[in-house]
Design a protein around this ligand. Structure first.
Ligand SMILES: O=C(O)CCC(=O)C(=O)O
Ligand SMILES: [Fe+2]
Length: 313
C-alpha cells in the first residue's frame, strides 16, 4: 500500500512526503499526542547556520541595548525600551527585517514542514522574535495558549496559530526551559490563572533543537536560575484569516520577494489581497505566488469550465 499520492488529498500529499523525507514522523506523532515536540539539532540545521544565526541575534542584542552581549554573560536592558520587559527578560522584535539569515530561517525545511502540517498550508508568519532571558525571579510559570481565545476563553480544535522556537542555548530546568502541559492542546481553552502549574513539565533540549507546539498547548517558562543567557528564535505563525503580530504584508521589499521562493512570499502575505485602500482589492496578488499544485488545479478548473461553456454552445 503506497501512501502519499491519493487524489482526494492533493493538498496534503506534498507535506506528508516531506515529513517522511525529513524523518520527522515521530515528531508529528508527538505533536498530535502531546501538543509539542522537540526535533534534534541534526534534523534542523547545520552548525554553520546555527553559529551564524546565534551571532546575529547577539549582535542585535548589543546594537539595540548598547551593551556588549555574549551567551556566557547575564543580559542588560541598556537603552532598549521595547515592551514587554520583565526581570531578566526582554524580547527582540521584527527579526525578519533585521538580517537575511532570518529569511533563510523561516524557509528552513524542518520548521516550514512542521508549521505547514499544523496549519494545513494556510500559515503566515505572525512574528519572528528572540526571547532573551537571564537570571530572574518569576511568580508563576505564566501558562497560556498562543491562540487568541473567544471572550469566554474557548479555542478552536484546529491549530489557528502554531509556534516553534529554535534553541540557541541549551534548555534545562535550571536554565529556564519552556514549560508545557502535555496533552493540553485538546482542552480547546486557555488555562485559568494558576491552572496546570502542577502538570507542567520542563522541555529540556540541547542548543540547536527545534521545539514546536500546537497553538492550543498550555505553556510558559521555568525561572532561569543560572548565569548566562537563554536565547532563541521564536517563529510564530498564524492562519491567514487572522491578523499577524508584526507588519510584513506591505513592508517587505520587492528585493526580498525576488531573492526568495514563492513560499516566502506567501509567508509574508505578499499573495494576500486583504487590507486594501480606495483602489480596492488587487486579486492578482493571490495568483502571483500560487503553489505549483494549486496553479495546476486552477488551470484544470479553467479548462473544464471552458469545455462546459463550449458544449453549452
Ligand atoms: O520560553 C518562554 O519564555 C515562553 C515563550 C512563549 O510563551 C512563546 O514563545 O510563545
Ligand atoms: Fe507563548
Amino acid at each position: 500500500m503506497k501512501f502519499g499520492k491519493f487524489k482526494s488529498t492533493k493538498g496534503l500529499n506534498r507535506t506528508f512526503n516531506r515529513i517522511r523525507e525529513l524523518g520527522i514522523e515521530s515528531n508529528i506523532t508527538e505533536l498530535n499526542t502531546y501538543g509539542f515536540t522537540v526535533v534534534s539539532p541534526e534534523k534542523v540545521a547545520d552548525k554553520e547556520f546555527f553559529d551564524r544565526i546565534r551571532e546575529t541575534v547577539l549582535r542585535l542584542c548589543s546594537e539595540r541595548t548598547g551593551v556588549e552581549f555574549s551567551v556566557e554573560k547575564n543580559g542588560d536592558f541598556g537603552k532598549y525600551k521595547a515592551q514587554p520587559q520583565s526581570e531578566g527578560q526582554f524580547l527582540l522584535f521584527y527579526l525578519l527585517m533585521a538580517d537575511r539569515v532570518f529569511e533563510e530561517w523561516i524557509l528552513n525545511p524542518t520548521l516550514y514542514t512542521i508549521i505547514d502540517y499544523l496549519m494545513g498550508g494556510q500559515q503566515q508568519l505572525s512574528s519572528l522574535t528572540s526571547f532573551v532571558k537571564w537570571k530572574g525571579k518569576r511568580d508563576s510559570l505564566g501558562l497560556h495558549s498562543d491562540s487568541p481565545p473567544d471572550r469566554d476563553g474557548h479555542l478552536p480544535a484546529c491549530s489557528d496559530v502554531a509556534n516553534a522556537t529554535y534553541c540557541l542555548t541549551d534548555y534545562t530546568l535550571e536554565n529556564g526551559a519552556i514549560a508545557m502541559v502535555p496533552g493540553s492542546h485538546r482542552y480547546c481553552r486557555q488555562p485559568r490563572p494558576g491552572e496546570g502549574e502542577e502538570q507542567a513539565i520542563p522541555v529540556e533540549a540541547e542548543a540547536g533543537s527545534l521545539i514546536a507546539w500546537h497553538g492550543n498547548t498550555w505553556h510558559g517558562a521555568f525561572p532561569k536560575n543560572t548565569d548566562g543567557l537563554r536565547l532563541n528564535v521564536t517563529s510564530y505563525h498564524c492562519h491567514r484569516r487572522l491578523k499577524t503580530q508584526e507588519a510584513y504584508q506591505w513592508r517587505v521589499s520587492q528585493e526580498m520577494l525576488d531573492r526568495n521562493p514563492p513560499e516566502f512570499a506567501r509567508l509574508v502575505a505578499a499573495d494576500d489581497h486583504m487590507g486594501w485602500d480606495e483602489g480596492g482589492p488587487d486579486y492578482a496578488r493571490s495568483l502571483r505566488y500560487l503553489p505549483e499544485d494549486a496553479k495546476k488545479r486552477l488551470a484544470a478548473a479553467r479548462k473544464s469550465k471552458a469545455r462546459e461553456a463550449a458544449a453549452a454552445g
